[in-house]
Design a protein around this ligand. Structure first.
Ligand SMILES: [Zn+2]
Length: 63
C-alpha cells in the first residue's frame, strides 16, 4: 500500500477490489495513519522495513 513516500502494509479493510484508492485513510502495520497513494509511481517507492517485518510475522514466515 503506497503512502507517505513508502510502500506500507495494513490490515485496514479495503473498500474496493485489491487496492486502496488514493486518499484512503489507513493505519499501517508500523502504526502510522496515512493516506493511500495509488498512483503508478507510488508503487516504485521503497518498501517500509517495519511493515515488511510485521507482514512476514503475521504471515507466519518468521517467528
Ligand atoms: Zn510502514
Amino acid at each position: 500500500m503506497p503512502a507517505a513516500g513508502q510502500r506500507h502494509a495494513s490490515c485496514t479493510e479495503k473498500p474496493v477490489g485489491c487496492a486502496y484508492p488514493t486518499g484512503t485513510q489507513v493505519t499501517t502495520l508500523c502504526q502510522r495513519d496515512v493516506r493511500a497513494d495509488n498512483s503508478e509511481v507510488a508503487w516504485l517507492w521503497a518498501t517500509c522495513a517495519e511493515c515488511n517485518r510485521e507482514a512476514r510475522r503475521l504471515a507466519g514466515v518468521e517467528p
